[in-house]
Design a protein around this ligand. Structure first.
Ligand code: NAP
Length: 257
């Protein structure tokens, strides 16, 4: 059975990736949904079974991906199912707004553990179950392009994801496996309240929003077409170019949230 694994599927962008996988890839017959909130995953699983191209099987794995034992369970699950993974979407992640010295130390360390550690472990444990034509989508952010004061740890985790994804892509090319870093701009999801951003940053409030369903659908197409990076909207593509051309010390005045 050809499998898709989607992390952070209980809300926002992850939910849209699950729907896009079912709608765009009818050849995938087993969808695996991961996040901590089991009720949300079950609700989505039920929705997926009502889609016209409904997959043969949907498995919900409620787990905290920062927990090493949970990740070990996932590795056992892949082995037991002799998985044939066609798609892995590493989407689970969160941010926190505030200065490093103001924010809770352990919460910031946990963010690194989820955004970087879990994503790395999932790529490593899943690659042996992938073959030619398989795809990994790592959810990054426009915050990866330029350091973002007051979201210092978050933007640093996403800079890691960006660099990791591009380098991993070079390693997996020889096996016909593509890795795409998707860099969304602000989206109206639970991310904003979890990060404590809502109504607290004038810059963030003014930035044009992108739609999670559009990001999921378009980036999925780009990933299967062999692209390395996807950012939507001209404004944010330009921001990426500026981040490459100009000294970050100049740009940080603009990027501070
Ligand atoms: N929204 C934006 O403005 C924006 C912009 C750029 C990039 N992004 C990135 O997009 C991705 C998705 O975020 P979103 O906007 O869709 O926000 P969201 O709605 O808050 O989704 C985050 C997902 O991650 C899951 N998650 C959080 N901690 C977890 C843990 N320890 N173990 C397993 N799952 C966990 C959450 O589910 P549970 O709570 O049920 O575990 C949820 O499903 C993130 O990587 C984020 O950094 C977001």
């Amino acid at each position: 059975m050809s499998m898709a694994i989607i992390t952070g599927a209980s809300s926002g962008l992850g939910r849209e990736y699950a729907l896009a996988a079912v709608r765009q890839h009818p050849e995938i017959d087993h969808i695996v949904l991961i996040a901590r909130r089991a009720d949300r995953l079950c609700e989505l699983a039920d929705n997926l079974t009502h889609e016209p191209n409904n997959p043969k099987k949907v498995t919900c794995l409620p787990m905290d991906l920062t927990d090493i034992n949970s990740r070990f369970q996932l590795e056992c699950f892949l082995k037991e199912n002799r998985a044939d993974v066609r798609l892995l979407v590493n989407n689970a992640g969160f941010g926190l707004m505030g200065e490093v010295c103001e924010l809770d130390a352990e919460k910031q360390a946990n963010m690194v553990s989820l955004n970087c550690g879990a994503l790395t472990a999932l790529c490593a444990m899943t690659l042996p179950y992938m073959k030619k034509g398989s795809v990994i989508i790592n959810v990054c952010s426009i915050a990866a392009f330029v350091p973002t004061p007051r979201m210092t740890v978050y933007c640093s985790t996403k800079a890691y994801v960006f660099s990791f994804s591009k380098s991993l892509r070079e390693e997996t090319k020889k096996n016909g496996i593509n890795v795409l870093a998707v860099c969304p701009a602000p989206m109206d999801t639970e991310f904003l309240s979890v990060a404590g951003i809502e109504g607290k940053s004038r810059l963030f409030d003014r930035l044009p929003r992108v739609k999670p369903d559009e990001v999921a659908q378009k980036s999925m197409k780009k990933a299967f077409a062999g692209c390395a990076v996807y950012t939507n909207r001209v404004l944010y593509k330009l921001y990426r170019v500026l981040g490459k051309l100009l000294p970050h010390n100049w740009l940080m005045g603009m990027s501070t949230v």
